[in-house]
Design a protein. Structure first.
Length: 327
């Protein structure tokens, strides 16, 4: 006699949105890979960069998804590494001198302190308040004092400003992504991992939507002296696409009310856009097209994260203001 037994796999409700999100991203990657094979043949010379972009996207998605599944510690370590690489790219290009080694070293040390504060939430409940002010205030004070201490008066203002700007953009702003993982699961439908996934998904969707709308319909340049490839058609198309998707998916990943979701749906694509063109302005000033060649089809780490450098803190603070009691 054999008895028939049925085993049921129970999936926690909060995991379902994240699994759905991963499935959507997987489908988009497959569609993008197919498009990378077809479009260059249909329109020769127009989609040549799509294939290397898609290959890099597969690697990026696997790394980020793996970190989210493993938990907040893995995510914090991943983004600490990303911040380090972004800061390295920035400081390699920025006009610093060998005599500025001390302040450059302090900039690299800010990565360890910044992400150390995220790990400190396990023991210090008020570490978020310290995180808010450490790099913007004390990072600036320490960098300025160090420059004065070693007697570097030539180019003093420029060097302190350049290094502090890099710490804020590459370390502090990106660190908000990892800090989102510390949000208690009870405060969001899919927990902290869902909030991080949604931020990255929406921001990158905005980039991809702008790229696709611009390639298909773009004619009118929006910032010709900063980013010549960006058009009004691409920016508006990407903004509308992202705003709608944000509003529709917000209930599954965030604790936002419909009104607050609509507000953030309007603001988030704008934040991503301005992060993009701000980094383009920096690269124009430095006379480079990409911050490095680390990511085929995208350029460097900072090229890929330019939108997130503005979007991450805006997303975090609006969520904290509208819905998350922890912060």
């Amino acid at each position: 006699m054999f008895s028939n037994t049925t085993s049921l796999v129970v999936v926690a409700p909060g995991v379902l949105p994240l699994l759905f999100g991963f499935a959507v991203v997987l489908a988009l990657l497959v569609l993008g890979s197919i498009a990378a094979l077809i479009l260059p043949r249909m329109q020769p010379g127009k989609w040549t960069d799509l294939a290397p972009r898609m290959q890099s996207w597969w690697i990026i998605v696997i790394l980020v998804a793996g970190a989210l599944v493993l938990g907040w510690q893995a995510t914090a370590i991943l983004f600490a590494l990303i911040s380090f690489l972004a800061l390295k790219e920035y400081l390699t290009l920025a006009p610093t001198r060998k005599e500025d080694r001390l302040i450059v070293l302090l900039a690299y040390l800010s990565v360890f302190v910044n992400y150390g504060l995220i790990f400190a939430t396990t023991t210090f409940e008020d570490s978020y308040q310290v995180y808010l002010v450490f790099i913007p205030v004390y990072g600036f004070l320490i960098a300025a004092a160090a420059m004065a201490w070693i007697g570097r008066t030539e180019g003093y203002l420029a060097t302190v400003g350049i290094v502090h700007w890099g710490m804020v953009v590459c370390v502090y702003n990106i660190g908000y992504i990892a800090f989102l993982m510390r949000v208690p699961d009870a405060e969001a439908p899919a927990g902290g991992a869902g909030l991080v996934f949604f931020l990255i998904f929406i921001t990158q969707l905005n980039d991809v939507a702008q790229y696709c709308w611009g390639k298909a319909f773009g004619k009118t340049k929006i910032t010709p002296t900063v980013s010549p490839n960006k058009t009004w058609e691409g920016a508006i198309g990407g903004w509308l696409t992202t705003a709608v998707v944000f509003y529709v998916l917000a209930p599954y990943f965030t604790p936002l009310t419909p009104t607050h979701a609509a507000i953030m749906g309007v603001i988030m694509p704008m934040a991503g856009f301005f992060g993009d063109i701000t980094m383009s302005a920096v690269k124009r000033d430095l006379g480079v097209k990409d911050t490095s060649r680390l990511i085929p089809g995208h350029g460097g780490v900072l090229d890929r994260l330019d939108s997130l450098t503005f979007a991450a803190p805006v997303y975090f603070h609006l969520l904290a203001y509208f819905a998350i009691e922890r912060f």
